[in-house]
Design a protein around this ligand. Structure first.
Ligand SMILES: CC(C)(COP(=O)(O)OP(=O)(O)OC[C@H]1O[C@@H](n2cnc3c(N)ncnc32)[C@H](O)[C@@H]1OP(=O)(O)O)[C@@H](O)C(=O)NCCC(=O)NCCS
Length: 178
């Protein structure tokens, strides 16, 4: 079944979405719409399959400090804050996981990052990866950002990860799991 990625619409039915992660589900159902249509703090893209919303990715423009980037990737980057595309949230409905929906959303984010690089400037994609998703992002070349972590609490902290724009394939066809 074909998967299409498009922007969230105000009338999309998000009420039954269940990724198995309550925080992500609550965000999608309660906040993704107002963030996009009222506050303009982030835009959600949905994956649609046979008329059902099977996944979503929320992105926003952001910036990182050069000291957050691993030294090996500094190149000749300037010292002032650097523009990035933040993949703020990514989730796939449990019923559709393991069928390429997450990768389809990630490919769409890569297309956006390349467009942003050409139009406004963008040195790469950052994501706060949940522990269970770190290896998912590593497959596509993301590495840990050198950010000082918060306190060690009971809940595992998300790991900030980064993929530089030059490492993003020019066409999504070059991207298939390693
Ligand atoms: C993590 C998640 C987004 C992946 O989406 P998905 O649609 O299940 O993944 P895909 O089917 O596109 O998988 C693409 C590849 O990544 C692999 N993969 C999927 N989830 C993975 C994970 N958690 N860790 C490592 N590899 C993973 C798949 O095996 C597949 O590899 P293959 O091409 O060799 O078969 C999804 O499982 C999910 O929503 N999980 C719950 C919420 C969550 O953790 N979100 C991330 C927040 S940062």
């Amino acid at each position: 079944m074909a998967i299409a990625v498009r922007k969230l619409r105000p009338d999309d039915d998000r009420s039954t979405f269940d990724s198995g992660d309550p925080d992500l589900d609550r965000f999608f159902k309660r906040f993704a719409g107002q963030n996009q249509f009222k506050h303009y703090v982030g835009t959600t893209y949905v994956a649609e399959e046979a008329g059902l919303l099977v996944g979503f990715a929320t992105v926003s423009a952001a910036q990182v400090e050069i000291r957050d980037i691993p030294p090996a990737k500094h190149g000749r980057l300037p010292r002032y804050p650097l523009p990035v595309l933040r993949l703020a949230r990514l989730a796939v409905d449990k019923k559709a996981q393991g069928r390429g929906v997450g990768l389809a959303l990630l490919k769409a984010v890569f297309v956006m990052a390349r467009a942003m690089a050409g139009d406004f400037g963008c040195i790469g994609v950052v994501v706060d990866a949940k522990p269970q998703a770190v290896t998912f992002y590593e497959r596509y070349g993301f590495t840990a950002l050198e950010v000082v972590q918060g306190h060690l609490g009971d809940r595992p902290e998300p790991l900030p990860m980064f993929l530089e724009i030059g490492a993003i394939p020019a066409t999504s066809d070059e991207l298939s799991g390693k």
